[in-house]
Design a protein around this ligand. Structure first.
Ligand code: SIN
Length: 277
């Protein structure tokens, strides 16, 4: 197995491992170390059924139950799908994951990782972009670090300030998904000890003790800063890729920039995380 960094801050590709077979302890340790270091691993050349994917991802930790079960695969419900072929009730096309976000940050224990496995890809486009919020935090001016220190963000399923619309939750899912949780705006990675911003324009409704007139421009400024090109890694999908990323210090977004006559379809699973601190 070989692990090759894709940039000097985020992303590495992994070649020479077949996740359909049992992963030896030494390889599992190397993969977990690389995951913490690089944040995104693109494991090339996989051909996994949903059940095989479910087994394989547990090399990185236990599975998390995703919020919107309408995307669950009937025969393997822990695995959901991502597809450009779904529509909102009003008939407009739904492109999951458009707009910067980190997954399920409205959960008390948001998932530490998300894993996608490419099943069908468009001929071109449909990349996933990642932005490194730890590198962005480290590059903040001292005055801004002070301004965000100790602040708590109110995280909900769908922020009223979000420009991106999410697919609604069923009544049963609404009962299961927390209404609102408070998470620090700056969190410390439990494995690396690195501090990072923890922002999410789709989920953050406000900042505790701060008027919206101050909080919303502050959140916009932090997002602009964190998503600057120098903190980004852009993943160009190849058939057979299995990509895992760390939601604790990365933002990501999908790009609906390809021919919508073509299908983009991936399996998705998430892994359990801790309470952000
Ligand atoms: C997601 O946000 O989980 C999906 C990203 C993608 O489809 O590229």
């Amino acid at each position: 197995m070989e692990i090759r960094p894709m940039t000097d801050h985020t992303g590495a590709e992994v070649v020479g491992i077949d996740l359909a077979r049992p992963v030896a302890a030494e390889a599992a340790e190397a993969l977990n170390r690389a995951f913490v270091k690089h944040g995104v691993l693109a494991i090339r050349g996989q051909q996994l059924t949903p059940d095989q994917m479910l087994d394989a991802v547990q090399v990185f930790g236990p599975v998390f139950q995703q919020h919107n079960t309408r995307f669950a695969l009937p025969d393997c419900p822990e695995i959901h799908y991502i597809s450009n072929q779904d529509r909102f009730p009003d008939g407009t096309r739904y492109i999951p994951g458009e707009g910067w976000h980190t997954d399920h940050s409205n959960d008390v224990r948001p998932p530490k990782a998300t894993v996608l496995h490419a099943v069908t890809l468009p001929d071109r486009g449909g990349d996933t972009q990642f932005a490194n919020m730890a590198a962005a935090y480290e590059a903040l001016a001292p005055a801004m670090r002070q301004r965000v220190a100790g602040r708590l963000a109110i995280q909900v399923y769908q922020s009223s300030h979000s420009t991106r619309k999410l697919m609604g939750l069923s009544e049963a899912n609404k009962e299961r998904v927390p209404t609102a949780v408070l998470h620090p705006l700056v969190r410390t990675h439990p494995d690396s000890g690195r501090k990072s911003l923890y922002i999410n324009p789709i989920r953050i409704e406000g900042i505790v003790g701060m008027d919206h007139r101050e909080a919303l421009p502050l959140l916009d400024e932090l997002l602009d800063h964190a998503t600057a090109e120098r903190f980004q890694y852009r993943h160009e999908w190849r058939p057979g890729d299995l990509a895992i990323w760390d939601n604790r210090f990365l933002l990501h977004k999908a790009n609906g920039d390809y021919d919508m006559e073509q299908t983009r379809y991936l399996y998705r699973v998430m892994l359990q995380g801790d309470v952000p601190r």
